[in-house]
Design a protein around this ligand. Sequence first.
Ligand code: HEC
Length: 112
Amino acid sequence: MRKTLSQFLMALCLVFFADAAWAALDASTALEVLKRNDCTKCHSTQKSKNGPAYVKVAQKYKGDPKAEEKLFKHLTSNPKVKLADGTEEEHKKTDFKNDDDLREFIRWILSL
Ligand code: HEC
């Protein structure tokens, strides 16, 4: 009986930690994408640089059911953006190989 209980608790712990590790992996994967694609040159999650902080982006789109679609377009169509010094340039794309990964990344930004 005692053994069964401890086995049960052990299994519960494993499920819990696997879940926590998965969540942490998501955020660190997202940050890695930002670094790899040079997004960090103009963006950070908390502080606006040349581009808006991602927390601001999330705020701007709060409650907008089309938010994911809009950001998807933004990140796939190289729109012209204005930098802090007034110059314009084409916005970068990410190097995601498939749309689902990009959408997951976008949902991460919107969840900040
Ligand atoms: C050269 C600077 C620069 C780089 C590099 C850059 N961005 Fe941006 N980004 C901007 C600017 C400026 C805006 C604001 C555009 C606007 O509001 O018109 C912006 C806006 C955004 C937005 C919000 C769009 C919206 O509709 O509000 C997202 C999301 C974003 N960038 C993601 C990224 C990602 C992901 C990368 C890397 C692949 C990246 N950016 C690289 C300058 C940059």
